[in-house]
Design a protein. Sequence first.
Length: 312
Amino acid sequence: MSPSETRAIVTLSLLAAFVDGDKHERERAEIKRIAEGLSQADGVHLPTLYQDVLMKRVSLAEVGTALTSTESRQLGYEMAVCVCDADGAQSEAERHFLADLRTSLGLDAPTAVQFAEQAEAIVTTPLANTATVAAAAAPSVDNAELDPSILNAAILNGALELLPETLSTMAIIPLQMKLVYRIGKAHGYELDSGHVKDFIATVGVGLTSQYLEQAGRKLLGGLLGKVGGGLLRGLGNQAVSSGMSFATTYALGHVAKRYYAGGRTLSTQMLKEAYASVTKEGQGLQTRYLPAIQEKARTLNPSQILSMVRGA
């Protein structure tokens, strides 16, 4: 894509992030941090785009004119959908925004609606699958099983980060939530999605901002949206990614284990410090496990993303 198309897609993503006007100040700060951190790539200056969106200096109609190909318009719409869905089911304002976006971009309605339904299904998948519900209610903490399950979840999310499909990136957050849920259940806590989201937010991970950072790195690195032979799947192009998904998933798992094993007594500050420390550990381990991440990426079938999230 041209720099102007990339700028337009990032702008659409930022518009989607703020459309419901209900973002916590912490999430806004994270989005600003991401814009500054990714600041300049291929002629795209994210801090400027961020300010343009906050100051309402851009409109859907203006942004849409920069997307000249069917592929770029579809990708812009897909990213906007995923941003709206990142923190859960869409609000009324987000649904109206996406409907206006479909019209503005002149997208084929059935195809666009089908994608939106797929994304919504991923983020609204229940935390407990059938096997979990059928399990004994008594806590069954087995670190010999928990530790490998955390590592496997980190490898899977690291592999999803290497795939070019938007729904692959979308699946990372629900899989992280299910990991926290399983760890809590192993320690005797029956958690709902609200509690899991609160835990993730408390350690310092924003749901919308995390998706924006993951997808933004892919987009600015020229990876997001490529299909078929456009990507040597799972190989190279690691420079596009910071390995962030591996490290954040690894850290969330181990901090959750520490938190629930200790009877949920850790303070907010202790959780944040533990998460920051274990994230660094995960970043160090990511190089060691990169071959496993790449091998996993080769075996993943993007058409089965929803089934994978449901069965996790």
